[in-house]
Design a protein. Structure first.
Length: 233
């Protein structure tokens, strides 16, 4: 029988650094999915400058999601949207109201795993505006499930800047050192797609399991599409 590719998945980015890790996760875990990228790198800069999620930024994220929903081509019509930037979390509820296809938060599946483990959760980010959004999402999920968690969240200063200038070695070193300095936790979450590259060094240095977001997000999307019964997975 001929190979059937699909479904068609939109990846909505605010950082170009998120593209490589999510593509690698799809290649490893769901190669039949047809992905396409929508990148607005000014979203992260404008969010940093504003200091908070503004209605104008929310409107821009919603516009990108609506465009993604309207697209069709290889793999058929767009089946789902994955937002890859954790800092855009406050806008995702608006996106879910605006489109009719499934929309997945970048850390949704990873947080499900962390909440299941419970106890103390370590959370690392390298983009400061992501921190408040991620803590709010994690706390909300824990309350909804009646689980008690204690979050130790930290920003790894300088790591994202290093990655942006092409210095992956320094990025991984800074993230690994930050993880090594954290107290013992039930789970350690790397809260941005761009941080996933440091998972192996962290596990090697600390001996603790690490939860990364790209792989979990791909598995979550695949599960949602399988449940719909409308797409080959």
């Amino acid at each position: 029988m001929p190979r059937i590719d699909g479904p068609r998945i939109a990846l909505l980015h605010a950082f170009p650094e998120s593209i490589e890790p999510i593509h690698a996760a799809f290649a490893a875990l769901w190669p039949r999915a047809i992905t396409f990228d929508l990148l607005d790198s000014s979203l992260s800069a404008d969010l940093t400058r504003a200091g908070e999620m503004t209605p104008a930024i929310v409107d821009r994220v919603v516009a990108l999601a609506r465009y993604a929903e309207s697209c069709s081509g290889q793999g058929g019509t767009t089946a789902a949207v994955l937002v890859t930037c954790a800092a855009l979390g406050p806008a995702i509820d608006a996106v879910k109201r605006a489109v009719k296809i499934p929309v997945v938060r970048p850390n949704e599946a990873t947080f499900e795993d962390a909440v299941t483990l419970g106890g103390r959760v370590g959370l690392l980010v390298s983009f400061p505006p992501s921190l408040a959004a991620l803590r709010a999402d994690l706390d909300a999920m824990a309350r909804q499930r009646g689980v008690s968690v204690e979050v130790d969240a930290r920003v790894v200063k300088g790591a994202l800047d290093a990655l942006k200038r092409g210095d992956g070695h320094t990025h991984d070193y800074l993230v690994t050192e930050a993880a090594a300095q954290m107290p013992v936790t039930n789970s350690l979450v790397l809260g941005q797609f761009s941080l996933a590259r440091a998972a192996a060094p962290i596990e090697q240095m600390t001996g603790r399991p690490v939860l990364t977001t790209p792989e979990s997000a791909v598995l979550k999307l695949r599960e949602l599409c399988a449940q719909s019964g409308q797409h080959a997975v």
